[in-house]
Design a binder for this molecule. Structure first.
Ligand code: DX5
Ligand code: ZN
Length: 235
């Protein structure tokens, strides 16, 4: 991974890609300007949907040159953390709500050599992270209830992002936003301190591996909207 910075990074979620064609889809989004590739793992228990496990992550890894960002929506997470890190994930994010021992889960992720992230559901307060800040490289704020792509952005989360930005201060911790991100909603979170924007539907809509330039235009418009909000905020 590149050294830490707070520049805007776009992380397309392959939840909205063609599941029969992940390799080509990953190559296409990276060629079209994606900074990270966001991989949504769902277990049908922690969230009401099932995607795939570590074997699929390992297969996808071969088609990603940059950062593979794995979002675990599974409970329990601990028994599977080693397998997901070994599948080639650069970042493994666990949910704060997925188990009783978040501190231990985060130590496990780092012990296998990956960056550690924590995700917060919309109803979980920022304060849930107060005593694990020294164990994390990323916080993932869910701006939808996890489980499905294509849901509407929950705007109460904007205040939470601002609170997290203040808590983090100078620490090298990314703030990633996931759910309902579009060129309209990206500025709302970029302005209060988010740096990594996950987008599924808004990146993949209208395009395919045969028309990857559509992905490129979608990525560019989310990035432009977020960067403009940043500049306004800084001014
Ligand atoms: C939701 C997933 C998201 C999802 C985002 O549970 O974690 O990554 O794919 O999809 P959009 O951008 O369509 O809301
Ligand atoms: Zn996700």
């Amino acid at each position: 991974m590149k050294p830490f910075d707070r520049s805007i990074k776009i992380a397309p979620s392959i939840l909205s890609a063609d599941f029969a064609n992940f390799g080509a889809e990953c190559r296409a989004i990276e060629a079209q300007g994606a900074d990270w590739v966001h991989v949504d793992v769902m277990d049908g228990h922690f969230v009401p949907n099932i995607t795939f496990g570590p074997a699929t992550c390992a297969a996808i890894r071969k088609h990603i040159r940059g950062v593979m960002d794995v979002h675990l929506m599974i409970a329990p997470a601990d028994p599977y953390i080693e397998a997901f890190v070994k599948s080639g994930a650069d970042i493994v994010t666990v949910h704060a709500e997925a188990g009783a021992h978040l501190d231990r889960s985060l130590q496990l992720v780092r012990s296998f050599g990956a960056k550690a992230g924590v995700s917060l559901n919309p109803s979980t307060p920022a304060s849930a992270l107060e005593f694990v800040l020294n164990r994390i490289d990323l916080v993932l704020v869910m701006t939808v209830n996890p489980g499905f792509g294509g849901q509407s952005f929950i705007d109460s989360q904007i205040e939470k992002v601002g609170q997290l930005r203040a808590m983090i201060g100078d620490r090298p911790i990314h703030i990633e936003i996931d759910g309902g991100i579009t060129p309209e909603t990206a500025p709302l979170v970029a302005a209060v301190g988010a740096d990594v924007l996950v987008a599924g539907s808004a990146v993949f809509k209208g395009g395919s591996v045969e028309t990857p330039e559509v992905y490129g235009r979608n990525i560019a418009s989310i990035r432009a909207a977020a960067e403009a909000a940043r500049q306004k905020f800084a001014a």
